[in-house]
Design a protein around this ligand. Structure first.
Ligand SMILES: [Mg+2]
Length: 367
């Protein structure tokens, strides 16, 4: 393996294709990063990766030089913020508390989300911020995408998260080219200016969320319809359709239902259709939680599930009520009227569900 090299990178000598992965500086370890130099270059906010930068993977005991470096940074007046991709939020909270350093939660690096949140939190601009981390494809790439310069530190000794080996392999492919641009420390570098590749930070999150929410809604609709047909029409028990058996049982147990549903199949619809709807809602919960609203950690999963079902069931009630209102308000009760009423009801229910999930069910996903 290529030996580690510390020093400054001359951006002008790096192929443009590699600019998103190019750090401003490489250091042997976190505590080798020259704080005075950062301060002199106008940096006021230091974003720090956790695993293999601050502490070994999974560990919670810090080396003394790391603690000394952090204490010096605080004393000099730097703002410090932890930016980690870890899913172990309990450990992250302990580390943050132990060090007295805040952390932000958001989409994983190299997304710009956590970088942006940290800069908002500490009221710092990208040019006042520096990211320090051990991975090119998360720490450095995320920083460059956010217009922030990065210090790449040598990975600590010890194991790391399994899939990281893929990005380590890719790192090795570009390391040689990056090292070719390494120069002895020069006056104007390595933290000289806003990167030319820096992009503005548009607020795209809600648009992304709406698109993902619609895709998840589509999959849940397919599951709901497919499962309803499967349970009502296909599943048989002892040669009799499940819907006939369930409906027969409903009509026998609750005779009142016969006033509304005159066949066993119709009487079984609320139960079998309801089961399919609950499964489809669970599908929405899983994907909207993980993908649309990007909730991390496991702590609040049950509370979120309860809030999610409350929103979704109320959404179903709203949808039914609006359908009935619109349908009855139509001059005729044709199929066309039915379709229009369904579309209006589904549209309003979708807005309700989206807002309810974003602002209530998964509200703790944003810090
Ligand atoms: Mg790391």
């Amino acid at each position: 393996m290529r030996p580690w090299q510390s020093g400054d990178f001359d951006r002008k000598r790096i192929n443009r294709v590699l600019h998103p992965l190019a750090p401003a500086h490489a250091a042997d370890s976190l505590h080798q990063v020259d704080l005075q130099r950062l301060w002199d270059r106008g940096k006021r906010l230091i974003l720090i990766d956790v695993d293999n930068t601050l502490v070994q993977w999974k560990a919670e005991n810090f080396a003394q030089p790391v603690l000394d470096w952090l204490a010096q940074a605080k004393q000099m007046g730097f703002n410090l913020c932890i930016i980690s991709n870890t899913n172990r939020l309990d450990r992250l909270a302990r580390l943050s508390e132990l060090l007295g350093i805040e952390t932000v939660r958001g989409r994983f690096k190299p997304s710009r989300a956590m970088f942006r949140l940290a800069m908002i939190k500490f009221k710092c601009k990208p040019e006042q911020t520096i990211m320090i981390g051990d991975q090119l494809f998360t720490d450095v790439l995320g920083a460059n995408r956010s217009g922030i310069e990065a210090v790449w530190v040598r990975k600590m000794e010890g194991r790391e998260f399994g899939p990281t080996s893929i990005s380590r392999f890719m790192e090795r492919l570009v390391t040689g080219s990056l090292y070719k641009s390494m120069v002895a420390p020069i006056d104007e570098s390595p933290y000289p200016r806003q990167l030319e590749s820096a992009k503005p930070l548009p607020e795209k999150t809600i648009v992304h969320q709406i698109v993902k929410f619609c895709i998840v809604g589509g999959t849940s609709f397919v599951i709901d319809t497919g499962l309803t047909i499967f349970l009502m029409e296909i599943v048989q028990v002892g040669g009799t359709k499940l819907s006939t058996l369930v409906g027969g049982w409903v009509l026998e147990s609750i005779p009142f239902v016969a006033n509304i549903a005159n066949t066993p199949e119709k009487a079984s619809a609320p139960i079998l259709g309801g089961m399919a709807a609950l499964v489809a809602m669970f599908n929405s919960f899983v994907w909207n939680r993980k993908w649309t609203f990007e909730v991390r950690g496991r702590e609040e999963r049950l509370a979120q599930l309860r809030r999610f079902y409350l929103v979704s069931i109320l959404g179903a009630v709203i949808s039914t009520a609006i359908f009935s209102l619109v349908y009855n308000a139509m001059p005729d009760h044709s199929t066309r009227a039915k379709i229009i009423a369904k579309v209006v009801a589904a549209g309003i229910a979708a807005v309700w569900n989206f807002m309810g999930q974003r602002m209530y069910a998964f509200r703790s996903s944003r810090s």
